[in-house]
Write a protein that binds this ligand. Structure first.
Ligand code: XIL
Length: 504
């Protein structure tokens, strides 16, 4: 039975993910001769055993993390596909998590890889991808969320490694192809930044980095410390940069400039930021308090980064995505509610006040190709321009091969460029509906068109940033939007981008 299940799983994986050339089944659980290296992770009396049906059961738990776990010798810089089935019979449903406990110098830390709700008596699949970071021990385990005493079973645990085949001596370099035009950059997340195999390749290909998440307010605003400060003065703001440091360290060691993303956004911003005492249960603060917090936040971020990494951050997205979809107006947000319609202008005013000399200040948004949002963006930029606080506009360009189509993209680009601002393509990716050659060729065409357009405006463009490197780590991984396959090989889009550099 189990073998049939395994073959089916493997067949399905191969069918759904043809870009997995070179992937191999590194491990498939087999409990026919015992617990197969799995043990109970527990400070209590949890224990594991093999069931009559050949699954692995855990019982006697007294905390969510009490779990069945197994050590795996994972390689830093490799990405792994994981899948396991779980079943429980004690509750109508239970939240289950596939996690990894990793340690370095004996210090253990944790990441959740996949979540699922297991209905009573139903085998439920947990699956996800894990990129092995800079650790020397990895324990994969299946735990619960809010069900610390639940007994459950697992079966069909599989782990597939993917050896990264980045680069090679004769692979052309994006940054060289664009050397005479503008820097060619990429977003980099924490997990990638701590991965030397990836970062060596990224430093070869790219000459501009931006943190994918780590300079957003939910990474930077230290809510607990701000709460403490608020006891004296509710306008004070505490910040921290732990998440951003690996990338900032790497970039500064390599001399690669960084674009900061992002100071003000309606998403990935703690709700507490907007409330009295930084306590979401208390009322929203007044406009005056919020403006003071906004300025203190911007000042703290600008001052800390410049002090610790002088000259490294060359530009900032001051405000991200303020214009609503389908309207030429600001979107609803806590910022709009608490501060009012001038919050974008105030943010730029403060950023201009605190930015080190020469640092360029950007407004960044998506769906620029769509009306009436495009007009809303142009109006906002025009107002900021008249106040002398904005330097540039960042076109996110999260596109798809089917929409909005190159003609609309070009029209939007030309319209915004006519304002005379600096321009960047800040988050380029192009999704496809499936992983067929035809889709990847269509993707290459659109990438090529967009890059030729940017190249034709090279005098006005400060940089292009793709929103990630390999498809598997993209925020839209299921739609293969980037220039490299999961295993590091270049896609047709990579060559189209290279070619576009010479087309102008
Ligand atoms: C995305 C990140 O890539 C994800 O990891 C995160 O979960 C959500 O945010 N527009 C932006 C980016 O400005 O910050 C977003 O990044 C993608 C859309």
């Amino acid at each position: 039975m189990r073998w049939i299940g395994w073959l089916l799983t493997l067949g399905m994986l191969l069918q759904c993910a043809p870009v997995m050339a070179g992937a191999q089944a590194d491990y498939a659980s087999d409990f026919s001769a015992g617990t197969d290296g799995w043990y109970a992770r527990s400070t209590g009396s949890a224990s594991v055993s093999v069931t009559a049906e050949g699954a692995l059961a855990i019982a006697g738990r007294s905390a969510d993390w009490h779990s069945m776990g197994r050590d795996f010798a994972l390689a830093r810089g490799e990405s792994y596909r994981l899948s396991v089935q779980v079943r429980q019979s004690e509750a109508p449903e239970a939240r289950m998590i596939l996690s990894v406990a990793h340690s370095k110098y004996g210090l253990e830390s944790y990441e959740n890889i996949a979540f699922a709700t297991a209905k009573r008596d139903q085998w439920t699949t947990l699956s996800g991808t894990y990129l092995a970071g800079d650790f020397d021990r990895f324990v994969l385990y299946v735990e619960t969320l809010g069900a610390g005493t639940l007994a459950y079973e697992i079966r069909d645990f599989t782990l597939e490694g993917r050896t990264l085949s980045f680069g090679g001596d004769d692979l052309p370099l994006l940054k060289e192809a664009y050397a005479n035009l503008f820097p060619f950059g990429t977003a980099v997340t924490y997990a990638e930044a701590v991965n030397p195999v990836r970062m060596a390749f990224y430093a070869e290909q790219f000459n501009l980095f931006t943190p994918g998440n780590e300079l957003k307010p939910d990474s930077v605003l230290d809510v607990a410390a701000s709460r403490t400060l608020a006891a004296q003065d509710d306008t004070l703001v505490a910040v921290r940069f732990d998440a951003a440091r690996p990338l900032l360290d790497f970039a500064s060691a390599q001399g690669i400039p960084v674009h900061g993303h992002t100071l003000v956004w309606h998403q990935q911003t703690p709700e507490a930021f907007f409330h009295e005492g930084y306590d979401p249960a208390r009322p929203l603060v007044t406009r005056e308090t919020m403006l003071a917090r906004l300025e203190n936040y911007i000042r703290a971020v600008m001052t800390w980064t410049e002090e610790h990494y002088p000259g490294l951050i060359v530009s900032w997205d001051v405000v991200n995505e303020a214009v609503a979809d389908g309207q030429a107006a600001l979107r609803p947000s806590n910022w709009l509610t608490v501060v009012g319609g001038d919050y974008v202008e105030r943010a730029f005013e403060y950023a201009r006040r605190w930015a080190p000399e020469g640092v360029k200040l950007y407004y960044n948004d998506y769906n620029t190709a769509y009306e009436p949002k495009q007009t809303g963006i142009v109006n906002l930029l025009t107002a900021l321009q008249s106040q002398g606080t904005v330097d540039g506009y960042g076109f996110q360009m999260h596109h798809d091969i089917r929409q909005p189509g190159y003609a609309a993209i070009e029209k939007a680009f030309r319209r915004v460029s006519a304002l005379g601002l600096r321009l960047r393509i800040s988050e380029l990716d192009v999704t496809v509906p499936d992983s067929t050659d035809a889709s990847f060729d269509a993707q290459a065409v659109l990438y090529g068109q967009v890059m030729a357009l940017a190249a034709s405006f090279a005098d006005q463009v400060d940089g292009v940033q793709v929103w990630g490197v390999t498809d598997d780590l993209s925020w839209r991984a299921a739609q293969y939007p980037l220039l490299f396959y999961a295993d590091g090989r270049p896609k047709p889009a990579f060559y189209a981008v290279l070619e576009a550099a010479g087309r102008e």
